[in-house]
Design a protein around this ligand. Structure first.
Ligand code: F6P
Length: 359
């Protein structure tokens, strides 16, 4: 009898249930029904506090198309994992190991992004059997060309830009669409290209507000009455990029705008004399049903994770590389961020067709 625990951790995204279903169904198939699955509630929090339940095989049916996660999720910062709570004296790592043993698990399946993988690696180093799957709309997990959730969120963000395009054209207006992604700009880069944005601002390429104003001015002189800016949540100016990390944090904390897009809108408005509208789809980008691509990717990831478990190959994340699903050691994934390389082919193509990156 194999005993497997599953948890989903960090910000949710489309495809979590599809991936849970994938690994569970493949385990039931491969183990000939001789498997017990424990659903750990709300990510690592459930593992710390012993909040889990034995799942039935039927729990994994009918969830392929459902957004969110049937297990719930939470953010448990990695940097606090080894900190003993003063009031409760809870030793989080010890509790997680104790609960793993209490359930009698053969393996813990962890679905998560960057922060989640640091803790997954910690648990693996602490002697637990761990297999993980890369999820996030940001597509910034090291070691995989694609995370699940990205393509679904991309479809939504692109639809938002498409919708803004028509109203921007009718009114001859300048619009900013703010796309999720604090540290990396994959989602905004792809949505910006797919939605035909004129200017794309990424965290990886600090912008110069004067350059952006020049682009808008040039478009106007060419008879183009509207402009669309796709701005990543984490876009930053050249001045901000020159700041020390702490100084930048303070500057952002004291910023009078709800997000960077509003600051850009005001500054650009002053420079161009136009009123600039901002649209922020926010968490809507993470919601709803996974797209067909993600459903397939989650099924492939899930089946590959089950295969690793059946072969007792632990300490790996399943990843997409060169169109194949491969295992990548957790130690190689943890603590790294897959940023957009500024010389990547996508940026080059975008620049070739005249898209500005504000640099
Ligand atoms: O990591 C996924 C993500 O949606 C990012 O794109 C975004 O910056 C962040 O999570 C938002 O975090 P929260 O859900 O905690 O508001």
């Amino acid at each position: 009898m194999k005993k497997i625990g599953i948890l989903t951790s960090g910000g949710d995204c489309q495809g979590l249930n599809a991936a849970i279903r994938g690994v569970a169904k493949a385990l039931y198939e491969e183990a000939g029904g001789d498997v017990e699955i424990y659903g750990i509630q709300n990510g690592y929090r459930g593992l710390i506090h012993g909040d889990y339940k034995k799942m039935k095989q039927s729990d994994f049916s009918g969830i392929l198309t459902i957004g969110g996660t049937i297990l719930g999720t939470s953010r448990q910062p990695f940097k606090e994992m080894r900190v003993i709570d003063n009031e409760t004296s809870i030793d989080k790592v010890k509790n997680m190991k104790d609960n793993y043993r209490k359930m009698g698990l053969d393996c813990l399946v962890i679905l998560g992004g960057n922060g989640t993988h640091k803790t997954a690696n910690l648990l693996s180093e602490e002697g637990l059997n761990v297999v993980s799957m890369p999820k996030t709309i940001d597509n910034d997990v090291w070691g995989t060309e694609m995370t699940f959730g990205f393509q679904s969120a991309l479809n939504i963000a692109t639809q938002v830009i498409d919708g803004i395009h028509t109203t921007a054209t009718s009114h001859g207006r300048i619009f900013i669409v703010e796309v999720m992604g604090h540290k990396v700009g994959w989602l905004n880069l792809y949505a910006g290209i797919a939605g035909g944005a004129d200017i794309i601002l990424l965290p990886e390429i600090p912008y110069d507000i004067d350059k952006i104003a020049e682009v808008i001015d040039k478009r106007e002189r060419a008879g183009k009455q509207f402009s669309i800016l796709a701005v990543a949540e984490g876009a930053l100016s050249k001045e901000e990029s020159a700041m020390k990390k702490k100084e930048f944090k303070v500057a952002r904390a004291n910023m009078k705008y709800p997000s960077i897009s509003y600051k850009i809108a005001e500054e650009l408005g002053d420079k161009t004399g136009h009123e600039i509208r901002v649209t922020v789809p926010g968490h809507f980008q993470r919601g709803g049903s996974p797209c067909a691509y993600d459903r397939v990717l989650c099924t492939r990831f899930g089946a590959a994770a089950a295969r690793l478990i059946m072969n007792e190959q632990y300490g790996f994340m399943v990843a997409l590389q060169n169109e194949k699903i491969v295992p990548v050691p957790l130690g190689e994934v943890a603590g790294k961020l897959k940023k957009v390389p500024v010389d990547c082919e996508e940026i080059r193509a975008a620049k070739d067709i005249g898209i500005s990156f504000g640099d």
